[in-house]
Design a protein around this ligand. Sequence first.
Ligand code: RB5
Length: 146
Amino acid sequence: MRVALGSDHGGFTLKEEIKSYLEKEGIEYKDFGTNSTDSCDYPDIALPVAQGVASGEFDRGILICGTGIGIGIAANKVRGIRAALCHDTFSARASREHNDANILTMGERVIGRGLALDIVDVWINTDFSGGRHQRRVDKINDIENK
Ligand code: RB5
């Protein structure tokens, strides 16, 4: 699996923790920045990560900002992206099984490192269930084409 990873300044520290997790698990990733806690604009990071996932260059994306909200809103503007804000493992699992979420977003100012890494672990290791859920995802895709 290839993961596209990015954050703004509000998510920089958690992004670095997630990099350590991915390295420990032997999961290939590309870091799209940001590279420090200096202020930047989350859409500038969301766009290349979302485009990388939408194009198929990456299987999944993980985006972090202060709340996980802005960076997820931006990512969801890219056709084919289903970015899910998850701050608990139940939602993380469901976002994969039911929604085939291809980007996970979290807020560094919302949850701690331990829970965040558990969420990443569940999200990375859960497959889409398909079936009736595929029909619903297809209807989301239809909305994009209207
Ligand atoms: C940056 O201060 C903050 O607004 C950003 O990280 C994020 O929380 C936006 O949704």
